[in-house]
Design a protein around this ligand. Structure first.
Ligand code: F3S
Length: 647
């Protein structure tokens, strides 16, 4: 039986394990990606490991999230990251150079490599045949220190794309169709490998949109073969020599196969407040809209912006009741739209041009009005992420967004008639804003400059014999990490200061949560299904930890957040509906023998509520149990190093 492309890359990087079902494996990481909002904690934790230089062959820090310098905090974070990268051996992509996934795909991603990124949309690089996985900051710090990435054997799902996309239907509609079918937690544990004649016809830019939003399925990654389209993309990026052909064997075996007939897909749109709340655009046509935003790390490629410009040029430009913003994904794209005249078409149609950065996607300005639609080409529409708590954010493709900007209401773009023809444009290549690390000898003398808002993360200490506390909050399904540590310029300025950041924890869900946690000196969180979906930010584990939370009980956990909880020494414990119903705020829960049970390798942990005993199946593997016993990933690594030094 032949092998899938995913299996080939995994086998090529396997350091431990055999990729058997449910097995824990360890893989070598070639490349790493950090961005400023998660990167300062990565850097601080790497410093705690105490190595002079990073080990992977390439790592890049991008400054793209915290771009509004409201006071000294963000610029000092950026200066810290720049001086740290120079000294420790990472490249530094300066603010204004573009969004991490965009620039990484343009300038660094290579077929057949493994990439670990401190950002959930790292799988974007799967567009060029790279196996790219999002992770928490501490896991990336550990990979930078040369440790392998531990990975349970993924389920490899073949997505066979048949036929061709119809005019006005885009890569975005393909991933929205997958979200409609599979849902925001349906991809847990899966790597989606694309193939078939429809995949071969998609350009790398459309593939990047699909792989980026694989994260919205809760999946581990997504990947396309490296073929002639990949070669064309790399040639345009002046790095064709990095191209290799990579594909699955004709008789490859998969855990599951799904078929998507591209010609049957129509323009789709995700309604508030989850990316899987997808309907055909025509079903909600006529809905009033106040704002249209094009950009983010999906759909800010040159063809996306050129298409929007062509459509806007058709009528009277942006409708008078709409505010429209356009963010190029990178400075390369900004330069290219400037050279080709696309920029002028956008501005003369009435669009506001923002700098190449995350911007409105992460609530960095451009918050929409309350209670009226804001239509965005982005990847997430969780309530309040835009900066407006009572927002109504919809997600769609660039041509749908342009049609809406033109008409002032939700509009099926097929109503606009002929589909515009977009000429391919060679990108303007210029790496002036990517600073290489200092040579080793110079780096040894260089100084890392710390800002005064940069504090080390909470210490990790061994798990006690038992855990006891009150239920501090009970949440519903699909709570995103943006609830534990919200987005937006004000809160994100404190991403390097966990005590300050913790003051916003669950503020949207329950304004009394923080005072309750403080007066109880910690306790437990109880969540529903898919707890911790969305962004990879480990701050979502650090903030509750800072408030004294020691365990999170939920009906189900999102992959990266569960790993972040363990890495920071917080127990993630799955609970059945019966236990969830008992989670009244203020109820006393106890894990009377948690340390002994984990140390003995038992598969269950005892929970006592009001004298009643429950046995919770924890699903923790050996490494995770050891990590929790030590108090987290850093403490576990230290313990192992000490043991090695003594033996
Ligand atoms: Fe940035 Fe939004 Fe992507 S925050 S990395 S543009 S998901």
């Amino acid at each position: 039986m032949g092998k899938s492309l995913t299996r080939k890359i995994l086998e090529d990087h396997l350091l431990r394990g055999n990729l058997q079902p449910d097995e824990e494996n360890a893989i070598r990481i070639d490349h790493a990606l950090l961005q400023d909002a998660t990167g300062t904690m990565v850097a601080l934790q790497f410093e705690q490991i105490g190595l002079p230089r990073i080990k992977p062959e390439l790592a890049v820090v991008y400054v793209d999230h915290n771009m509004l310098q409201l006071d000294y905090r963000n610029p000092e974070d950026h200066r810290f990251l720049q001086t740290w990268a120079a000294k420790r051996g990472l490249h530094f992509s300066r603010p204004g150079n573009g969004i991490c996934h965009q620039v990484n795909t343009e300038r660094f991603a290579r077929p057949g490599k493994t990439l670990l990124g401190a950002d959930s949309h790292t799988p974007t690089a799967g567009a060029v045949g790279c196996l790219a996985i999002g992770a928490g900051g501490l896991e990336v710090a550990v990979a930078l220190a040369g440790h392998p990435f531990e990975l349970s054997t993924p389920r490899i799902v073949k997505v066979r794309l048949e036929g061709r996309l119809s005019p006005w239907v885009e890569g975005k509609d393909v991933i929205l169709e997958m979200l409609r079918r599979i849902g925001v937690k349906g991809g847990l544990g899966n790597i989606y490998e694309f193939g078939g004649p429809g995949a071969a016809a998609l350009p790398v830019t459309a593939r990047a949109t699909i792989c980026n939003m694989i994260a919205e399925l809760g999946a581990t990654s997504g990947i396309f073969p490296s073929d002639e389209n990949t070669r064309h993309f790399l040639r345009q990026q002046q790095r064709e020599e990095q191209w290799v052909e990579l594909k699955a064997d004709a008789d490859a075996e998969y855990d599951e196969e799904i078929v998507i007939e591209l010609d049957k897909i129509v323009p789709l749109i995700a309604q508030p407040h989850n990316p899987d709340n997808v309907v055909p655009v025509e079903e909600i046509a006529g809905t009033r809209v106040a704002q249209v935003c094009v950009g983010s790390c999906v759909n800010s490629w040159y063809p996306d912006l050129a298409l929007v410009a062509e459509i806007l040029s058709r009528g009277e430009g942006v409708h008078p009741e709409i505010t429209m913003t356009v963010s190029p994904g990178s400075r390369q794209i900004l330069d290219t739209i400037t050279r080709t005249g696309v920029l002028e078409k956008l501005t003369s149609a009435g669009a506001r041009i923002l700098e190449p950065a995350c911007g409105p996607c992460v609530g960095m300005g451009q918050a929409p009005p309350e209670g009226i639609a804001s239509v965005r080409t982005f990847n997430r529409n969780f309530r309040g992420r835009s900066g407006t708590l009572a927002d109504q954010v919809f997600l769609c493709s660039p041509p749908t967004a342009a049609a809406i900007a033109l008409r002032g209401e939700i509009t099926d773009p097929r109503q606009l008639g002929d589909y515009p023809k977009i000429e391919d444009a060679a990108p303007v290549i210029n790496d002036r804003m990517i600073l290489p690390p200092l040579p080793q000898a110079e780096a040894e003398r260089a100084e890392i400059i710390y800002g005064r808002n940069i504090l080390p993360p909470p210490a990790q200490s061994p798990l006690p014999e038992s855990l006891e506390g009150k239920v501090l909050i009970r949440l519903g399904d699909n709570i995103s990490t943006g609830s534990m540590t919200p987005d937006g310029a004000l809160v994100m300025a404190d991403r390097s200061n966990v005590p300050a950041l913790a003051q916003y924890c669950f503020a949207k869900e329950d304004p009394d949560f923080i005072s309750r946690a403080q007066s109880e000196q910690g306790g437990f969180i109880v969540g529903g299904e898919n707890y911790g979906q969305g962004s990879s930010r480990e701050h979502a584990a650090l903030a509750p930890k800072q408030l004294g939370v020691t365990a999170v009980f939920a009906k189900g956990f999102a992959r990266i957040h569960r790993r972040n909880l363990i890495a920071q020494g917080l127990l993630p414990l799955p609970i059945p509906e019966e236990v969830y119903r008992l989670a009244n705020i203020g109820a006393s829960w106890k894990l009377p023998a948690v340390r002994e049970e984990l140390a003995a390798g038992e598969s269950h942990i005892t929970l006592r509520i009001n004298g009643k005993k429950f046995r919770l199946s924890h699903g923790l593997n050996k490494r995770e149990r050891e990590m929790l016993l030590a108090g987290g990933a850093l403490a576990w690594i230290r313990e192992r190093e000490e043991r090695r030094a003594q033996s």
